[in-house]
Design a protein around this ligand. Structure first.
Ligand SMILES: [Zn+2]
Length: 279
């Protein structure tokens, strides 16, 4: 959940879902395609070669649609995953009587409350626990989607070639009967990967991501006087740590992303403590 809303364009896709207005900016599709480019090529390569290596998996080669189609499947999967994330925020806000609308834009989404200030810097509007529930609902909804897919795979005894990230260390979904269609395999993995990755990334206690909002509320509950400062210090430290970790693992984009968040957290911390620590 990021806080700056991009301007409307003539090419926005607009629709309503569960009574919530959704707007998708054109750059969302572009960014998703850029992000999935290598993955589409990877799955295309698997499709081209696997039949020759493993004759029992020939069906994956014969059903290989083309990397352009794989890229479209990826973009659709990212769309579903990010939309589910924002719907999580929006539906829990609705539960607390706060209307909102959703904007999907480059590299993410927003669930914007109708009343300005509400659930953004909410002191006096909603309880900290309600704030935490709203923030956690985004990543929670994505993890629920991933969990439902994993349960469906296990329950039907179906398998895919590649385990999902992180959670794949604990749940192996590669051992059983392989789903004989490459587009279906790709669709499942393309839903699992951003859902788990985006959710876990967002839960890191770094501003202004969901984990940063949750940390701020938790620190404030237990230390109303300097909780916000502590959560900002945590945000700087974890942001720097994540940037270094990403850089060491050759994830330059992610390193820059966390570097920028760490720096902006540092600036907020400076401004906040400089003003005597009261918002
Ligand atoms: Zn979020």
């Amino acid at each position: 959940m990021f806080l700056a809303e991009p301007p409307s364009t003539a090419y926005d896709l607009r629709f309503r879902l569960f009574g919530i207005a959704v707007r998708v900016t054109p750059f969302f599709w572009v960014a998703a395609a850029v992000l999935g480019w290598d993955l589409a090529i990877l799955f295309d390569q698997i499709g081209k070669t696997i039949g020759a290596e493993y004759p029992e998996l020939t069906s994956l080669s014969t059903t290989n649609p083309h990397q352009g189609v794989l890229l479209l499947i990826w973009v659709a999967a990212v769309f579903v995953s990010v939309l589910v994330h924002e719907l999580g925020h929006a539906l829990v806000m609705k539960q607390y009587g706060v209307g909102s609308y959703i904007v999907l834009y480059h590299f993410g989404g927003l669930a914007v409350p109708d009343q300005p200030g509400m659930f953004v810097r909410s002191r006096g509007f909603a309880s900290p626990w309600q704030q935490i529930a709203v923030s956690a609902a985004g990543p929670g909804a994505q993890l629920l989607l991933a969990g439902m897919l994993l349960v469906a795979l296990t329950a039907t005894g179906s398998s895919i070639l590649i385990n999902p990230p992180v959670i794949g260390r604990f749940v192996d979904v590669t051992g059983g009967k392989q789903i004989p269609s490459l587009p279906v395999q790709a669709a499942i993995w393309f839903l699992l990967y951003p859902s788990i990755g985006w959710a876990l990334l967002n839960l890191l206690p770094v501003y202004p991501m969901d984990g940063g909002q949750i940390a701020r509320e938790l620190f404030s509950i237990f230390n109303p006087h300097s909780g916000i400062s502590y959560s900002l210090m945590l945000s700087v430290s974890v942001g720097v740590g994540a940037a270094v970790y990403a850089y060491v693992h050759n994830q330059v984009f992610l390193a820059m992303f966390f570097g920028m968040l760490a720096y902006s957290s540092y600036q907020i911390l400076q401004a906040y403590t400089g003003r005597g620590g009261s918002w």
